[in-house]
Design a protein around this ligand. Structure first.
Ligand code: M6R
Length: 618
């Protein structure tokens, strides 16, 4: 939530900051703002409610001076409505020479504000953030050194925050503090950058440092210093960003979401690369820190994740239990954190997160570690907090996912879940190696099969367009099709703002069938008729039951399933694969359907209302 950019160096600051905000806008788009210190030595700020385009227009009307230091912010509103006044940056002090931006929530802002109001401070906004701006300005007036004042104040703030500050009287430094919200440094040549993630600066440099918890950054053009909140120097841990700026641009597609749907064969192939050999055998170097004895001792796996990532976890549960014979429970991170889960040293907690910054998932993993569990992350973002705070990481190599609605990150997470299942099964000797190799070889064919589904995506899109006036769409699935049904419903809710629910098909008669009336669209993920568990006839029966009550059925079925065509108005066929691997194919038409339906409604598919890509507050 909220994107943050800072820059100091010889380039035109406004261009650098606005370009960075453009790449971070997916983190929040309720308002945007920038502050620069001009060559005349004066701090100037522009901020505007709404998307970044509004800010650009406002700057075009009222230009900012050229400058070599600046900060910028794109907001997902927490305290205070999304207005011009509540937009960041916020200014501090009676002289308004200090400018501050913030991502997170300052939980003790009410008591700090009361203290400032009692001292006569007048507030210009309803935000928690403005408190920090005034406190630092007041402390600066008292101690006369911006870095000391900044350090003194950040220690008083509780909650989650990344804060960036510039001040007219010290015009060569950007100060930053990080506590429970992301912050990355970009190292340039005679210039340096700050960003909520590397997208903010990757077009300028691939050298990056991930800032740790409770650390302060003192950023100058020629020098970067890291300290703890207590003033102890911190040794920086540099890494190289492994994707370039073009990966985070639309590249001719109508939306990032459309591009990211099309990226999926590559995302899955890259996630498999180097881990699955052509003979189907597997090696996960990332978890080599776990000995075979460790892996054999695991007696329970708890997967923690939110939203789409939790559906990837649901698919992983089916695979791990079947192949590795370990009990798996999937928990929404925010629920896991606030109950009393049974966790022992033999519990492996697997945290799945595209961003690696989802606060609920971070809190769940910290809690799990306190309880003695080891944590394995499945994460898409290098240098993310989750990766830093886990015992091991399986990176999904989906590349940057910019659209708020997750697509390629999901298929890459499902792929990583399969790899983990195969690896555990192999290490524990739970499934014959010949069988695992067969699954592995089939997994290697999935990128090409996804491409085939994409080639036929127009059918799902046409149905989405046709159903643009639907009031509600239901999704049914069974076994690994069940989480895919829930994912289909989530995509539609978040993109098209219409009622959508995903159900386990077997649950239908226990209540949801009452929702069926004439014309109700129902999308059914049909299991393979070749599945030994014989779920196919059961789901076909479910289809007949809802059709008897007037439902309009769209089936997603595998090629060669001749029976289902008799019972559904439309059938979208996907290539045959092993039933366990089918989610990588069946989810694609659901993405295309939601994309087309929302587009037909004239909605912004990359930036749906009320949402942000990365939920960095609890
Ligand atoms: O970054 P994460 O994977 O931790 O994000 C988790 C969810 O917030 C995310 O998957 C969300 O549900 C998506 N916007 C859904 O498309």
């Amino acid at each position: 939530m909220c994107g943050i950019v800072g820059y100091v160096g010889p380039k035109a600051t406004l261009d650098v900051v606005l370009a960075g905000l453009g790449r971070l806008e997916y983190r929040g788009y309720d308002s945007a703002g920038v502050s620069v210190i001009g060559e005349n030595g004066k701090l100037e700020t522009r901020k505007k409610a709404g998307k970044l385009a509004n800010l650009r227009n406002s700057i075009a009307e009222n230009p900012l001076p050229s400058s070599h230091i600046g900060i910028g912010h794109t907001r997902w509103a927490t305290h205070g409505a999304p207005t011009d006044g509540n937009a960041h940056p916020h200014l501090g002090g009676t002289d308004l020479k200090l400018s501050l931006i913030h991502n997170g929530i300052i939980e003790n802002f009410a008591e700090l504000k009361a203290e400032l109001v009692a001292a006569g401070t007048v507030f210009a906004s309803e935000t928690d953030t403005e408190v920090a701006a005034h406190l630092i300005a007041a402390e600066y007036a008292r101690v006369g050194n911006l870095t000391d004042a900044f350090a003194n104040v950040v220690k008083r703030l509780h909650g989650a925050f990344t804060i960036l500050v510039i001040h007219e009287d010290e015009p060569d430094v950007v100060l930053a503090a990080r506590c429970n919200a992301p912050l990355v440094i970009g190292l340039g040549d005679g210039e340096n950058f700050l960003g909520s993630d590397v997208a903010a600066f990757v077009e300028h440099t691939k050298r990056a440092i991930s800032v740790g918890q409770n650390q302060i950054v003192i950023l100058r053009a020629d020098k970067v210093e890291l300290r703890t909140f207590d003033g102890e120097p911190v040794e920086a841990c540099e890494f190289t960003v492994d994707w370039d700026a073009s990966a985070a641009s639309k590249g001719g597609w109508s939306s990032f979401m459309a591009k990211e749907i099309a990226d999926q064969p590559q995302a899955v192939a890259d996630t498999l690369m180097g881990r699955l050999r052509s003979d189907g055998s597997i090696w996960l170097d990332e978890i080599s820190g776990f000995s075979t004895d460790d892996l054999k001792a695991i007696d329970r796996i708890i997967i923690v994740a939110c939203g789409t990532a939790s559906y990837a976890g649901d698919v992983a549960k089916y695979a791990i239990e079947k192949w590795a014979h370990v009990p798996v429970q999937v928990e929404l991170s925010h629920e896991f954190r606030y109950r009393s889960p049974i966790v022992t040293p033999n519990t492996l907690v697997v945290a799945i997160s595209q961003s690696g910054e989802t606060m609920d998932t971070l809190m769940a993993t910290r809690y799990a570690r306190e309880l003695g569990a080891r944590v394995l992350a499945i994460c898409n973002t290098q240098g993310a907090t989750l990766a830093r705070e886990s015992d091991a990481v399986i990176y999904t190599h989906a590349g940057p996912e910019v659209a708020v609605a997750s697509t390629k990150a999901l298929t890459a997470q499902i792929t990583a879940g399969y790899l983990l299942g195969l690896f555990l099964a192999s290490a524990r000797g739970a499934t014959p190696r010949t069988e695992l190799a067969k699954i592995g070889r089939e997994l290697l064919k999935l990128p090409a099969k996804i491409t085939k589904v994409l080639d036929g995506l127009e059918q799902a899109k046409a149905l989405g367009t046709e159903m643009a006036n639907a009031k509600s769409v239901l999704f049914l699935g069974r076994n690994v099709g069940y989480p895919i049904a829930m994912e289909g419903a989530l995509k539609l809710k978040e993109l098209a703002y219409i009622h959508a629910e995903g159900f386990a098909a077997g649950e239908l008669k226990h209540g949801p069938i009452a929702l069926i009336e004439a014309g109700q669209p129902v999308i059914v993920i049909v299991p393979s008729p070749r599945d030994v568990d014989s779920l196919h006839p059961k789901v076909v029966s479910n289809i007949q039951e809802i059709r008897a009550r007037g439902a309009r059925v769209i089936a997603i079925a595998e090629q060669g399933d001749t029976e289902v065509s008799q019972y559904a108005e439309d059938v979208i066929f996907v290539p045959q694969t092993l039933p366990m691997l089918a989610p990588l194919l069946t989810v694609i038409p659901l993405q295309g359907f939601a994309l087309a339906l929302a587009t037909a409604l004239g909605l912004d598919v990359d930036q749906p209302r009320n949402l942000a890509k990365s939920v960095t507050v609890e």
